[in-house]
Write a protein that binds this ligand. Structure first.
Ligand SMILES: Nc1ncnc2c1ncn2[C@@H]1O[C@H](COP(=O)(O)OP(=O)(O)OP(=O)(O)O)[C@@H](O)[C@H]1O
Length: 692
């Protein structure tokens, strides 16, 4: 509607002079489409407008020059950029149009202007009609009385009311009240007003029609936005979901990268930057993942594309970082891979932790074993037999030294109870609550013994664990270490042991740090250490360090008073364990008393167990001990009636014979003592005497 003057004028540069001949001027009109022209005087001043009709009449009246004709003065000068609707209001007969240089470039009459204006309006109206008829939005207009004057097909469709039934009727009789009447009353437009009818939602713009400052009607344009609202609701949830997803990806400690099927990065999180090579400030979107993250190779994505399923990779980087990389393809409807989600997890700490857990598990297992051993031993210790005067003395000394922190060296044949004695010392010492660590120096190969005793640092030698390991000395901190079979300890270790004993610190293999320890040392050997020192097999300085308090355990054959209680203890234990009540036949007893027991108490225990298991019935008989025959002490208890012996000896022989007979008949020393009317201890003592 905003048409400019320059868009419609007939441009002409013709300027009529007041002294020009009319015939000449007529040719101007005939050659162009213009019907009027401006006239200038000899000083080139505009003096009026000359129309074609005036010229024709002038010629008919035999006039010659322009100056004799009537020039129209009802004109004004307008700019070529003025709007038609502004100019039309001026109500002049002619408008001379000038350009920006103030030169007259054309002329237009008021009639022409009106004509153009009306035809523009008509065209405009047609356009609006087309819009009105075909608009998707409903358009309704009312006049100042609220009577419906316009009602387009879209409104019919939305409201279900026919146009014929709506036009000419009062708005509220056709529609559920809307704000149009309010706009009519107030003259205030309402834009973007939402309202609901039934389950449908609408949005409406209501504009007042104002003529001469008076509201003469209202036009409302409205639209059904139920679908849009639904979609926008869905869009909102998608947006929220997207935000949540963004937050999850950003907060993840794992590196997350999303690529297309060629590996081109679409999205990634902050954690991913810790795994990449190159500048972390760079925007990685659009780059190929293989270039910035070499642990994930092009072959990997190919493998995933071919398999059409997730892949998981375990990778170790140059910096010794272990990664688990998983790549998951996401398929579209056509089964094509839309994008790939790659997750990178640093499991280095986890692996270290796993190793530590494994080490702790092993340690716990060892403690458990030790505890079990301890439990078993404690049980047997409750039954520690020391009836013989010599053993009573040994136990007395052991208990005495318990109260001090001195190093004790226990000597004794194998199986005499050296470890048992060490336990007694520990249990009676102030360190009884602390650890008791036993190590058999003879049972561990030299190469391992050092690391077992002193521990090692991570990577100290091939096969050393990643987190290192404490040695027995460290484990015995605040407790006791029992170095069994110390005589078997290699010289190379002896020197290190000496250092630990003297300086009270250990240094782990492969380490430099000195670790302070507070450990009491008990050692034991079945060897003659002094002999070993002489032969140069054992360091003298270490010997003196260890041999602060020597205790020697006598072999079983030298403490026969302990034999019978030991046999009974073993038998009781076995009967209790298996819920039986076996007894040893008296003649079998004889074998046990006459046997030399080179393996001492351990051998005795084994022998009783073996015979217990192999014997049939309630009694363990001579034949069940047949495996002991070789080491028998020769003894003849028969008395030769003819032989003359010293009386004391003869009495003793007879006594022995009697005791043996009673034992044979009644099976136990207790019953034999009862029959012979003496104390059981007397029987036992005499039996032991028989063996020596
Ligand atoms: N006085 C005792 N009373 C009861 N049982 C004992 C006694 N002495 C040792 N034993 C038992 O004898 C077995 C061997 O004892 P221990 O291991 O202490 O001997 P050891 O001298 O340390 O042997 P080795 O020199 O071979 O290591 C164990 O089963 C222990 O319980």
């Amino acid at each position: 509607m905003n048409m400019l003057i320059k868009d419609m004028i007939m441009k002409t540069s013709i300027r009529v002079k007041e002294n020009q001949y009319l015939k000449e001027v007529l040719t101007y009109f005939e050659q162009t489409d213009v019907n009027s022209l401006p006239v200038f005087n000899i000083c080139n001043q505009l003096i009026g407008i000359l129309t074609k009709d005036t010229v024709m009449i002038g010629i008919q009246n035999h006039e010659n020059v322009v100056s004799n004709l009537h020039l129209d003065q009802d004109y004004m000068i307008v700019s070529e950029n003025d709007h038609i609707q502004d100019i039309i209001k001026k109500q002049k007969k002619f408008y001379l149009v000038e350009n920006k240089y103030k030169s007259i470039i054309g002329i237009i009459s008021h009639n022409d202007l009106n004509y153009v204006h009306i035809s523009t309006l008509e065209r405009r109206l047609k356009e609006l009609e087309a819009v009105f008829e075909h608009a998707h939005n409903g358009i309704v207009a009312i006049d100042k009385n609220g009577i419906i004057t316009s009602f387009n097909p879209a409104t019919e469709k939305i409201s279900g009311v026919k146009r014929e039934g709506a036009l000419g009727r009062f708005l509220n009789d056709v529609f559920i009240p809307s704000g149009m009447l309010e706009v009519l009353r107030t003259g205030e437009p309402q834009y973007g007003t939402k309202y609901q009818v039934g389950n449908r939602k609408y949005i409406s713009n209501r504009t007042p029609i104002i003529e001469n400052d008076e509201v003469t009607g209202v036009v409302a344009v409205f639209q059904d936005i139920s679908e849009i609202e639904k979609i926008s609701g869905e869009l909102q949830s998608v947006r929220e979901l997207n935000q949540q997803l963004e937050a999850i990806i950003a907060a993840s400690y794992d590196g997350i990268v999303i690529t297309d099927s060629t590996g081109k990065i679409i999205r990634y999180n902050q954690a991913f930057l810790t795994f990449i090579q190159g500048d972390t400030n760079d925007n990685l979107n659009g780059k190929v993942i293989f270039e910035v993250f070499p642990s994930f190779k092009i072959e990997n994505i190919k493998q995933m594309l071919e398999g059409k399923q997730s892949i998981a990779l375990l990778k170790k980087t140059e910096d010794n970082v272990t990664l688990i990389i998983t790549a998951n393809p996401v398929f579209n409807k056509n089964e094509h891979i839309d994008f790939v989600v790659i997750n990178i997890q640093n499991i280095t700490k986890f692996i270290r932790l796993q190793e530590e857990v494994e080490n702790n598990r092993r340690l716990t297992e060892r403690y458990k074993e030790e505890l079990e051993q301890y439990r078993v031993e404690l049980k047997s210790r409750a039954n520690f037999i020391a009836d013989s005067p010599i053993m009573k003395k040994v136990v007395h000394i052991a208990k005495k030294v318990s109260a001090f922190d001195s190093t004790v060296m226990i000597f004794g044949e194998s199986g005499t109870g050296k470890e048992e004695l060490a336990r007694i010392i520990q249990l009676n010492s102030v360190r009884s609550e602390g650890p008791f660590i036993t190590i058999n120096c003879g049972a561990i190969p030299e190469t391992l013994l050092e690391s077992e005793l002193f521990g090692y640092e991570a990577g100290a030698f091939t096969g050393a664990g990643k987190s290192g390991k404490p040695g027995m000395f460290e484990l015995a901190h605040n407790g006791i270490i029992f170095l069994d079979e110390i005589g078997e300890c290699p010289l190379s270790i002896q020197i290190k042991l000496l250092r630990v004993i003297q300086e009270k610190v250990v240094t782990r293999l492969g380490g430099t740090k000195s670790i302070k320890i507070d450990v009491r040392i008990l050692a034991a050997t079945h060897r003659n250490l002094e002999e070993q020192v002489k032969k140069g097999e054992f360091r003298e300085d270490l010997f003196f360090r260890l041999n602060v308090i020597p205790i020697t355990l006598p072999p079983l054959r030298e403490r026969t008073e302990d034999l019978l209680p030991l046999i009974e203890m073993c038998l009781n234990e076995l009967n209790q364990t298996y819920g039986m009540s076996k007894q040893i036949a008296s003649d079998a007893f004889e074998i046990l008393f006459r046997y030399k027991w080179p393996g001492n108490i351990r051998e005795l225990r084994n022998a009783i167990e073996r015979s217990f298991v192999l014997s049939e019935g309630e009694y363990i008989n001579v034949k069940d001990f047949s495996f002991l025959q070789s080491e028998m002490i020769e003894q003849d208890t028969e008395i030769d009636d003819e032989e003359i012996l010293p009386l004391k000896e003869a009495v003793m022989n007879f006594e022995n014979k009697l005791i043996n007979r009673a034992l044979k008949k009644y099976g136990s020393t207790y019953k034999a003592a009862n029959i012979l009317n003496v104390d059981q201890s007397t029987i036992v003592r005499k039996l032991q005497k028989m063996k020596t």
